[in-house]
Design a protein around this ligand. Structure first.
Ligand code: PEP
Ligand code: MG
Length: 754
C-alpha cells in the first residue's frame, strides 16, 4: 500500500510549494484545487469555506463552473457538502445524485458528475469547510483516497486558520473561525471581564506538516510513543504524589488508550499519507474530536479529554515543547482552560488577569473558590470552549450570569463595557455604606461578617467593613498546597490571618475535607456516596492526630487573643464533645509546656446535618455558639446534591420547609441565649437575608462582595412589616403560592434594593 501512495505524498509536497508561492490567496486556492484534481485523477476539485453565518461558500473549483465561485452557498446540513460539514465525516458516493441529500445547483454545472468524495476541513474538531472531488464516471473511492484527501484538507485548515482567506470574503462577511459566539456556562465568580484569550495550555503548533521521509517519521513516532508510555508508567508507579490533574484514574485511562491498537493503526495510516509524525497525531486527534464532540453521551465526551491528554503528551514528546504554566500575562488576559488546579491559578500574575473560563470546573470546584477569593470574574462548564478559541481572540466573561461572549460584535462589547462600568459605580456606592451599621428602618441591627479561606481574602475585611471573619475555611490551605501542610505552616497561616485583621474576631473552621474537597496528595478513599461519607469532623475524629495538629496550630497562633473554633458536619452531640475534649487537652498540653495560650477560647458547632435539628438543646447547653451551614443543611434536607445542576435548582431556599427548619434553630438558640449566625451562600443574597432576619437571625457571614448589597437591603427594610408578612406564610398549610414572589413584591413596593 505504501509504495502505491507516492501520489498523495507527491501532492503534499506540491501543495507545500504552492503555499510558499508569493501569489494572492485566490490564485493560491485555484492552484491548489488544480493540483488536487490532477493528483486524484478527478475531473472536479472544489473547496467550500464555512462563513460566520454558517453558510458554506464555494471558494475555488477546478472542473465546475468558475462563475459559481463566491456565489454558490449551502447551509449546514443542506446538500452533500452541508451534510459533511454537519457530521464532520467524509462521504464517498459512486452515485451522488441518488443520495437523498443531493441538492442540484444549476450554476455549477455539476449534473454530469456521478461520483463524489468529500471530506470536512477540520481544526480542533470544528468544521472550517469542505473539500470535494468529483468524477464523471461512476467509481468507488478507495480508503486510501479518502485518507489522502483528509490529509490534504489539513493543509487547507492551516490556510483558513492563518486568516489568509479572510481577504476573499464579501464585505460584511467573515469566516466561521472569526464568528462571534455567545456561550453559556455556570457562574463561578461574579464580575465582568473584557479582554483577550490566553490558553492555559497553549496548543502545540505543528509547523511541519509534510514529511520528508516516511521511514524517519515512523522511527520518530515509535520512539515518542515508547517514551510517552514510559512516562505514564512512571507517573502511575509514583503512587500518591501526582501533580495537578494527574489523578490515577485519568492516567490509567490514558495508559489504556496509549496501548490501543486502533489508535496506533490510525496514526500509521496518517503517516502513510505523507504527514510528519506530529501532523499525524494532530490529524488523528482532529478526527476523534470531531466524532466525540458530536456525542451526547457524557461518558463518551469525557473520553475526549483523555484522548486530548494522550495526544498532548505525544506531541510534547515529538516536539520537546512543554507548555509554560503561570507567570506573566499580556494586558487584559482572560485565561481559558479545560480545567485548572487552584495552585495553577495562583501561579499567574494577578495584575493583568481579567477573567477565567473553564470547560469543566463547577461552582464548588477549588479553582472557583480561588477565583472568588481573588475577585476574578469566572465562568465554568462552558462546553468545548478550548476548541472554539484561538489565542488572542477577543472575549468577555460575565461571571454573574455565566455568559461568555467570544469575538463579540462592537455592539455587544459596548453593552458589556457599560455593564462593567455600572458595576464599578455600584461598588462605589456600596463602599460608601462601609462605615454605616446594618440597621433596619425599625432599628434592628444585623451583624455582617465575611467568609474567607486564604490570606488574600482577609484584606477585604477592611474594604467592605466586615464585623468579623465569621467562617475561615481552613481546608483551602490544604487544597492549594502540593503536599500536606506541616503544623508550622498551619500555625504561620493562622497567625498571619489573625494579625492581618487586627482586632476583628476570626472563627476558624477545622478541616472540612472529603466529598468534593479532595486533597490530591492524600490517598483517595473510594466511596459510593462521598457527600454522605467520610468527611470533615468524621475524618478528624477517626484520625485525631490530624485534628490535634490543627488545633494546636490554632491555639498557638492565637496566643493572648480570643480564639473561635467551629467544627463542620457534626451529626451528633458526642462528636462535638469529643472534638471539644481534644481542644481542652491541647490547651493543657500547651500550658504544661509553657506556651502562651489564647485569652479566651470559644467553641462552636456548625449546624449543617439535619439530625442536629433534634439535638439543639444538648448542643446549645454545650457549645459557645452555633453557625448554620445552609449550603449543606439544605442539600441534606432536600436530599439534593448541591453540585448537581439537575437537582440543585429544584428546591427553593425560601420555601416553607426550609424556613421552618432554619427558624427552629434560631428559636432554640434564643432560648439558651446562644449566638447563632448563618454562613452559607443563602445569607449573602439580599432577599434571602431579609427573610432570615425576619425569622430571627441577627448575623450572617458571606462572601465579602455580598456585604454591600445585603447591607443596602437591610437598611431599606422595615423588618416588623416584613416579619408580619412572612410568618403567616411559613405556617400556611397550602403550597399554592410562592414565598419568594410575595417577598419580591414586598421589596419592590417598599423600594428595597435587591
Ligand atoms: C455550608 O455548608 O453552608 C458551609 C458554609 O460550608 P461549606 O460551603 O464550606 O461546605
Ligand atoms: Mg458545609
Amino acid at each position: 500500500m505504501r509504495g502505491g501512495l507516492g501520489g498523495p505524498r507527491l501532492l503534499l509536497r506540491r501543495l507545500r510549494e504552492v503555499m510558499a508561492e508569493p501569489v494572492s490567496a485566490q490564485a493560491r486556492l485555484d492552484r491548489i484545487v488544480i493540483h488536487i484534481a490532477a493528483n486524484m485523477v478527478a475531473e472536479v476539485c472544489s473547496v467550500y469555506v464555512q462563513r460566520s453565518d454558517g453558510k458554506l461558500e464555494l471558494y475555488a473549483t477546478e472542473g465546475l463552473n468558475r462563475e459559481a465561485v463566491h456565489l454558490t452557498t449551502m447551509t449546514t446540513g443542506e446538500g452533500l457538502v452541508g451534510l459533511i460539514a454537519e457530521k464532520a465525516e467524509p462521504l464517498a458516493l459512486a452515485d451522488a445524485q441518488a443520495h437523498p441529500a443531493f441538492s442540484y445547483r444549476p450554476e455549477t454545472g455539476e449534473e454530469v458528475y456521478q461520483s463524489f468524495l468529500g471530506v470536512p476541513i477540520l481544526r480542533g474538531g470544528n468544521t472550517l469547510g469542505v473539500l470535494v472531488v468529483q468524477n464523471r464516471a461512476r467509481r468507488t473511492y478507495s480508503e486510501e483516497e479518502v485518507e489522502a484527501l483528509q490529509t490534504t484538507a489539513m493543509l487547507l485548515a492551516e490556510m483558513i486558520a492563518s486568516g489568509e482567506l479572510q481577504s476573499l470574503a464579501a464585505p460584511g462577511q467573515s469566516l466561521s473561525l472569526q464568528k462571534p459566539m455567545s456561550l453559556t456556562g455556570s457562574p463561578l465568580s461574579d464580575g465582568v471581564g473584557l479582554g483577550h484569550v490566553v490558553l492555559h495550555e497553549p496548543r502545540i503548533v505543528v509547523k511541519q506538516l509534510v514529511a520528508e521521509s516516511f521511514d524517519a517519521e515512523n522511527a520518530r513516532l515509535d520512539a515518542a510513543i515508547l517514551a510517552m508510555r514510559e512516562q505514564i508508567e512512571v507517573l502511575i508507579a509514583r503512587g500518591d504524589r501526582y501533580g495537578a490533574g494527574e489523578h490515577r484514574d485519568v492516567l490509567e485511562t490514558v495508559r489504556m488508550f496509549a496501548n490501543d491498537r486502533g489508535w496506533m493503526r490510525r496514526l500509521r495510516e496518517a503517516l502513510d499519507s505523507g504527514l510528519t509524525a506530529e501532523a499525524a497525531v494532530e490529524r488523528v486527534q482532529n478526527d476523534a474530536r470531531a466524532k466525540l464532540q458530536r456525542q451526547t453521551d457524557p461518558y463518551l465526551r469525557e473520553r475526549l479529554h483523555d484522548l486530548d491528554d494522550l495526544a498532548n503528551r505525544l506531541l510534547q514528546q515529538l516536539t520537546g515543547v512543554t507548555p509554560p504554566h503561570g507567570g506573566a500575562l499580556p494586558d487584559n488576559a482572560i485565561l481559558v482552560a479545560r480545567n485548572m488546579g487552584p495552585a495553577s491559578l495562583l501561579d499567574y500574575e494577578r495584575a493583568n488577569l481579567r477573567g477565567l473560563v473553564l470547560e469543566d470546573g463547577g461552582p464548588t470546584s477549588h479553582v472557583a473558590i480561588i477565583a472568588r477569593a481573588l475577585g476574578i470574574p469566572a465562568v465554568g462548564e462552558v462546553p468545548n470552549i478550548t476548541d472554539l478559541v484561538e489565542t488572542g481572540d477577543a472575549i468577555i466573561v460575565d461571571g454573574g450570569s455565566g455568559e461568555v461572549q467570544l469575538r463579540p460584535s462592537p455592539d455587544v462589547e459596548t453593552a458589556y463595557g457599560e455593564k462593567a462600568r455600572l458595576r464599578a459605580r455600584r461598588r462605589e456606592q456600596y463602599h460608601k455604606l462601609r462605615d454605616v451599621p446594618a440597621v433596619t428602618k425599625d432599628g434592628v441591627e444585623i451583624g455582617l461578617h465575611m467568609n474567607a479561606g486564604l490570606l488574600i481574602d482577609c484584606q477585604h475585611a477592611d474594604e467592605v467593613g466586615a464585623q468579623s471573619i465569621g467562617l475561615f475555611r481552613t481546608e483551602l490551605q490544604f487544597m492549594v498546597a502540593p503536599s500536606f501542610p506541616r503544623q508550622s505552616q498551619q500555625y504561620a497561616l493562622y497567625r498571619k490571618v489573625l494579625d492581618s485583621v487586627g482586632d476583628l474576631p476570626v472563627t476558624f473552621r477545622t478541616l472540612d475535607i472529603g466529598s468534593d474537597k479532595v486533597l490530591p496528595y492524600m490517598a483517595k478513599v473510594e466511596e459510593e456516596n462521598p457527600a454522605l461519607g467520610w468527611r470533615a469532623i468524621r475524618i478528624g475524629l477517626d484520625r485525631p492526630g490530624l485534628l490535634r495538629m490543627q488545633i494546636r496550630a490554632m491555639l498557638r497562633a492565637a496566643e493572648g487573643r480570643t480564639l473561635r473554633i467551629m467544627f463542620p458536619m457534626v451529626a451528633k452531640t458526642s462528636e462535638f464533645v469529643a472534638a471539644r475534649d481534644i481542644c481542652v487537652r491541647e490547651m493543657e498540653f500547651l500550658r504544661r509546656h509553657d506556651y502562651k495560650t489564647p485569652r479566651n477560647l470559644q467553641l462552636g458547632v456548625m449546624v449543617e446535618v439535619p439530625s442536629l435539628l433534634w439535638q439543639l438543646d444538648e448542643i446549645c447547653e454545650l457549645a459557645d455558639f452555633l453557625s448554620v451551614g445552609s449550603n449543606d443543611l439544605t442539600q441534606y434536607l432536600f436530599a439534593a446534591d448541591r453540585d448537581n445542576k439537575r437537582v440543585s435548582g429544584r428546591f427553593d431556599d425560601l420555601s416553607a420547609p426550609n424556613l421552618r427548619a432554619l427558624k427552629s434553630i434560631v428559636d432554640v438558640a434564643a432560648r439558651y441565649d446562644k449566638p447563632v449566625t448563618l454562613c452559607g451562600e443563602m445569607g449573602g443574597k439580599p432577599l434571602e437575608a431579609l427573610a432570615l432576619a425576619a425569622i430571627g437571625f441577627r448575623g450572617f457571614s458571606m462572601t465579602p462582595s455580598s456585604i454591600g448589597p445585603v447591607k443596602a437591603a437591610i437598611r431599606a427594610v422595615d423588618l416588623g412589616a416584613l416579619t408580619a408578612l412572612l410568618m403567616p406564610m411559613i405556617e400556611r398549610l397550602d403550597h399554592s403560592f410562592s414565598i419568594r414572589r410575595e417577598l419580591q413584591a414586598f421589596a419592590e413596593a417598599h423600594c428595597v434594593p435587591l
